[in-house]
Design a protein. Structure first.
Length: 421
């Protein structure tokens, strides 16, 4: 099969790795890809939002199967465009990707179908939002409705902060049109866990659980980032919690989308909070997590193309997902200053040491310079991932491997999975 993967981050590198392991993959293309992906796939300089060019390219290269990694093109309807051109594509159509694309939609869906989540109100008028805040309990959570690069969520401890937040999102439009509608939500406490799943619109199958670390600095301090590291599985996601989620959340979500005439085909990422009252949905994403994919996919035993094709063909019930009985830890190597401001273009050394069996170095923000040298080109640069028999071993392996790689301004958290020393 000729495969096209759309995206350019560590998640897409992990997807390309899994595809490259499939005996069914002949030629792999990635648009636009990065320097690491270029080792496995032919990278083509077409942006993920350039739908016309992507469709033309896919037709020209006789692509048999396209895989969309990123949220923006999915929410923008790339799958509908590929399908209209007769290209089999893994990912939700536009009318289903709204599950991530609009928080107001997903909250409404959960309310209508009785799926546990934080209590909330939705506003399109900033004055009404401001007057609602006067009676609301603190802390309180503000969420821009639309996609905002994972930055559209504000947790406010005081009324002043919350009022400022309403102004920033709804009036100053810090996140653009994503802030036309605002969700104001009850603050929940508990452990967070990410559960990724495959679904064909009827059947849902769960992948191994994971936990992300979103803050920039150790001890969950500092600004929110795209994710500074992950581990999988999450020992906090117990059998008992899994059972509850199966009864109250997972299948219910798939059935709700089908009942709304929006059958969801692809990956649903459940961002869960394990509260005292049981698991509740923090958010849905319509694609693999980044960097969750980097710790989940290397542990998956199935041929990823078999699973993805079964989703698109509506026969996921015929398959069983199988994961290795081990653990993985991913430590993100970022550029100092990320996520605020940072320099790029520094040479990266040590990349040849990874065996791609137990140790992986997934590229997030890298490029080749004019001499063919791999250099930093983003805030998150690499996701150094290692497996181990236990989380403690995986953690030791991953941190040992972070020493193999070097570049100027290299920065990482030192406490990913610190519970498992
Ligand atoms: P989201 O993009 O919705 O996942 O939100 C980003 C992060 O904000 C989550 O991973 C949580 O850490 C936090 N968060 C979101 N909603 C809530 C909530 N209702 N209560 C507490 N924390 C939240
Ligand atoms: N790691 C969180 C996300 O991919 O949105």
């Amino acid at each position: 099969m000729n495969i096209l993967v759309v995206g350019s981050g560590g998640r897409e590198h992990a997807i390309c790795h899994a595809v490259a392991r499939s005996s069914r993959a002949d030629k792999i293309y990635c648009a636009p890809g990065n320097a690491g992906i270029a080792e496995l796939a032919e990278c083509v300089p077409i942006g993920a939002m350039e739908f016309d060019k992507l469709v033309d390219f896919a037709k020209d290269k006789a692509i048999d199967f396209a895989i969309i990694g990123m949220d923006d093109p999915l929410v923008g309807g790339i799958v509908d465009r590929f399908e209209a051109a007769g290209i089999k594509t893994f990912g939700p159509r536009e009318n289903a990707a709204i599950l991530e694309g609009s928080k107001a939609f997903s909250k409404e869906l959960m309310k209508k179908y009785g799926i546990p989540t934080a209590a909330y109100e939705t506003f399109t008028d900033p004055e009404k939002a401001l007057s609602y805040l006067k009676t609301a309990k603190l802390p309180i959570v503000l969420k821009a409705d639309g996609l905002a690069l994972g930055k559209g969520v504000l947790i406010c401890n005081t009324l002043e902060e919350a009022e400022d937040g309403v102004r920033t999102i709804m009036q100053e439009k810090k996140f653009g049109d994503a802030g036309n509608t605002l969700v104001i939500e009850e603050f929940m406490t508990g452990r967070e866990v990410s559960v990724l799943s495959f679904t064909d619109g009827k059947t849902i199958q769960l992948m191994s659980s994971a936990q992300d670390h979103k803050r920039a600095f150790d001890g969950d301090e500092g600004p929110n980032t795209g994710g500074m590291g992950t581990f999988s599985p999450s020992p906090f996601y117990t059998e008992e919690i899994d059972q509850r989620c199966k009864e109250e959340i997972f299948q219910k979500t798939v059935d709700a989308m089908a009942a709304e005439g929006r059958p969801f085909v692809g990956v649903i990422f459940f961002g869960l909070m394990l509260t005292e009252d049981g698991p509740k949905v923090l958010e849905y994403n319509c694609r693999f997590g980044d960097p969750e994919a980097q710790v989940v996919l290397p542990r998956m035993k199935n041929d990823i193309l078999d699973v993805m094709e079964a989703c698109v063909d509506g026969r996921l019930s015929e398959l069983k997902l199988d994961f290795e009985d081990n653990a993985a830890v991913c430590v993100v190597l970022a550029s100092k200053g990320y996520p605020v401001s940072y320099d790029k273009g520094f040479a990266i050394s040590g990349l040849e040491k990874f065996d791609n069996r137990q140790y992986f170095c997934f590229h997030a923000g890298t490029a080749k310079d004019e001499n063919g040298q791999t250099v930093t080109s983003g805030g998150r640069v690499l996701g150094v991932t290692a497996k181990g028999a236990s989380l403690a071993e995986a953690r030791r392996n991953a941190y040992a491997a972070t020493e193999w790689v070097d570049f100027e301004n290299k920065f990482m958290r030192t406490d990913i999975g610190k519970e498992f020393v």
